[in-house]
Ligand binder design. Structure first.
Ligand code: FES
Length: 100
């Protein structure tokens, strides 16, 4: 059984995949490794999270915390603050209209 502190669910649905999910997943895995967090964070690619207009999307548990419109820079920020320093990145969290 995993001892991970966080579980990250990247949306692998068709819209998020078309917006570069594969490269984002690689970037996330590299950043976790660079920050020595790879054993603390389990990364999963799941099905559509039903917020396709705001993708690429990602959920972090415990939470859920929903991040939307991801890119490499925002993923790095989330790794450094949320996953390393345990501080969710408020300005990157999905807004209420993105949560519908
Ligand atoms: S494809 Fe990602 S939210 Fe639907």
């Amino acid at each position: 059984m995993s001892e991970a502190k966080y579980r990250v669910y990247l949306c692998g649905g068709p819209h998020c995949s078309a917006k570069g999910l594969g490269g984002l997943r690689d970037h996330l895995e590299l950043e976790l490794w660079n920050h020595r967090l790879d054993a603390c964070v389990d990364v999963f690619v799941g099905s559509c999270q039903d917020h396709c207009d705001y993708g690429p999307n990602m959920l972090i548990w415990p939470g859920p915390y929903r991040y939307a419109q991801l890119n490499r820079a925002t993923l790095t920020e989330i790794v450094e603050h949320h996953l390393r320093d345990n501080t969710p990145v408020q300005h990157l969290l999905a807004t209420p209209e993105m949560r519908r």
